[in-house]
Design a protein around this ligand. Structure first.
Ligand code: ADP
Length: 594
């Protein structure tokens, strides 16, 4: 998927790719034996039900005229026994297949989710998150019907058809051939609507995806929506997307509905012909056809069209499922381009030297963001990166954690190229605090412990004390056990940042990255925090992006970055003396504060 938005449809594939089903077969294969068992059970039930018209024919032609009550009762009881066997088999099938269907769905959803966990940031940069969610939840659910009922029903229905044709041929070859004449007509209908129907389902899945993307975006942006009083406009957009979805759904379903009535029509026409011809043949002088045979035969005809109807429905859900499977497997196949090299080694315990050697980077081809960046931060040094918005500051720190691959050049930690080591061994030794301090739903204790899952409660409290978070946490109603909701909306921005500081401290990383992490803290908290922060920075190499220059005055080196280049570097005094870009930036803040 190229860059995409809620108001943009994804590109539709034109081919009817049966490979999607082959891939689905891999998920089904662990349940092969159970499914074969169920198919046999259903076949035995359907073979037995084939006998019922024969019982009726015997009753009509022999036992009623011969007044053989014993046989009539026996046949009645046998019919009952067959019906009971069918009912039990059907119940067993529904139960087993529902469980198997849900297991398969669970496995597919698990695969997508695991893959999503590995996909690089660039994947998430390129598409609305709602569109990703719809694949994991809705599309996967939508194939459940195909899995729970479709496959077994289709196989049993095909066999049923075979049995029925045999029984019909046994009774009357001419009437059977007449009945089969309806099939080419049905094939014509299928060929006519197949392509349109498939396309309609693809469009429907696109519209569903757009709608979901917009809902997700609106929920995430509700704060902005309400503060800018954009509710009406948003509702308008939502209605438009929802209308599109409804229309696409109606159109797709209309094609589905064409199938059922077509089958019914063809069935009614052939049955009518069979009655007309059958009755004429019964009335002919030298006929072998009896009333009982005609009744048995028409009973088979009604059974003949039922499986064809189910097969047609299966075909519908197959087309729908294929359009969903395309999207599901597309996600699973999305290449993980930030991944461990084949011969990747484990990053040895990091000492802390970080080197950028001629590092160039672009998010999108041809749009260079960093241009041959060079610098070396020694173990334990604090490097501050300043510069205007969009200069490339966050990009530099994102590359240190290898959230993206560099286009050219090398990033070395303790002399080891980070592209040659496993991502896990690299990132577990680093602490990154993004601009938006993410809080998970759970207790504050759990949120801090996220930095080191094996930390004791005492260690968590100790970390919170170090970064001055302890006081405000203790004042909350349940202290460290206060439940916070996702994104931590019960906490102030400053409090969220303090929690993420404690989390980072607990992880005890050798390299620490703070991306504008101190920007939302008030002056009072900042003074407190500065103390904690100094402790946090001890013995670690750290990179700080801060707009408040007061936070970084003590940094060993300050790099002024603009348009992907380092324009100035040095410590605070050196840069002030230089009277260049940093000096002006500092002075502008100083003026502002005056
Ligand atoms: P800073 O942190 O200095 O404000 P960034 O490093 O975030 O700047 O961004 C540098 C440039 O890269 C900006 O022009 C920004 O628009 C662009 N950019 C940032 N993130 C992405 C992304 N995920 N995809 C495409 N371009 C991006």
């Amino acid at each position: 998927m190229a860059r995409n938005r809620y108001d943009m449809d994804e590109v539709l594939e034109d081919s009817f790719d049966l490979n999607q089903l082959k891939r689905l077969a891999k998920y089904i294969s662990p349940y092969k034996k159970k499914m074969v068992g169920i198919i046999f059970l259903m076949l035995s039930a359907s073979a037995l039900t084939m006998l019922i018209p024969i019982f009726f024919q015997r009753i009509m032609d022999y036992y009623i005229p011969g007044k053989n009550m014993k046989m009539i009762v026996t046949m009645g009881l046998m019919t009952l026994a067959v019906a009971a066997y069918s009912a039990v088999s059907l119940g067993l099938k529904i139960k087993t297949m529902s469980v198997i269907g849900q297991n398969i769905i669970h496995a597919i959803r698990n695969d997508i989710f695991c893959h999503l966990q590995e996909l690089p940031f660039s994947y998430y940069d390129d598409r609305p998150h709602g569109k990703i969610q719809v694949r994991v939840v809705n599309y996967v659910n939508s194939i459940s019907d195909l899995l729970s009922n479709g496959i077994v029903n289709t196989i049993t229905d095909l066999c049923n058809l075979f049995f029925i044709i045999i029984c019909m041929l046994y009774y009357d070859v001419r009437l059977t051939l007449l009945c089969l004449c309806g099939l080419p007509l049905l094939a014509l209908v299928i060929v006519f609507i197949k392509k349109k129907q498939r396309r309609a389902w693809q469009v429907q899945s696109n519209k569903q995806s757009n709608l979901n993307a917009y809902i997700a975006e609106s929920i995430n942006g509700i704060w902005v929506t309400q503060s800018f009083v954009r509710e009406e406009e948003n509702t308008g957009i939502f209605n438009h997307l929802s209308r599109n979805y409804r229309q696409s759904w109606m159109r797709a379903v209309m094609f589905n509905f064409t199938m059922g009535p077509s089958v019914d029509m063809i069935s009614a026409i052939t049955t009518a012909f069979i009655y007309i011809l059958g009755i004429r043949w019964i009335l002919a002088p030298d006929t072998t056809l009896t009333v009982g045979v005609l009744i048995a035969f028409t009973a088979y005809i009604s059974r003949f069209w039922a499986p064809i109807n189910t097969l047609a429905n299966f075909y519908n859900s197959l087309l729908t499922a294929i359009s969903y499977l395309e999207r599901i497997f597309e996600t699973i196949d999305e290449p993980v381009n930030v991944k461990d090299a084949k011969d990747a080694t484990i990053m040895p315990p990091i000492e802390g030297k970080v080197e950028f050697k001629d590092v160039s980077f672009s998010y999108e081809e041809g749009q260079k963001i960093l241009n041959k960046i060079n610098f070396t931060a020694q173990k334990g040094e604090t490097y501050a990166i300043v510069g205007p918005t969009g200069a490339g500051k966050s990009t530099i720190v994102n590359l240190i954690s290898r959230f993206y691959n560099v286009d050219s050049g090398q990033i070395l930690i303790d002399g080891v190229d980070i592209s040659k080591v496993t991502i896990r061994s690299l990132r577990t030794q680093m602490g990154v605090m993004m601009q938006d301090s993410f809080i998970f739903a759970g207790t504050i204790m759990d949120n801090i412990r996220y930095g080191n899952l094996s930390a004791t409660d005492e260690q968590v409290v100790e970390a919170a004390k170090t970064v001055c978070a302890h006081d405000f946490i203790s004042q909350m109603e349940n202290g460290y056990y206060t439940e916070v909701n996702e994104r931590g909306s019960r906490l102030s921005a400053g409090q969220r940042q303090l929690i993420s500081f404690a989390r980072a401290l607990l992880a005890d990383p050798k390299i620490l990255i703070l991306d504008e992490a101190t920007s939302s803290i008030d002056t009072e908290t900042e003074t407190l925090l500065q103390k904690g922060l100094n402790r946090l920075l001890e013995d670690r190499t750290s990179f700080i992006i801060a707009h408040r220059l007061s936070t970084i005055k003590n940094a060993d080196c300050i790099m002024y970055v603009d348009k992907g280049d380092i324009l100035e570097r040095g410590n605070h005094e050196e840069l002030l003396a230089k009277k260049g870009e940093y000096y002006h930036l500092y002075m502008s803040q100083f003026d502002f504060l005056k």
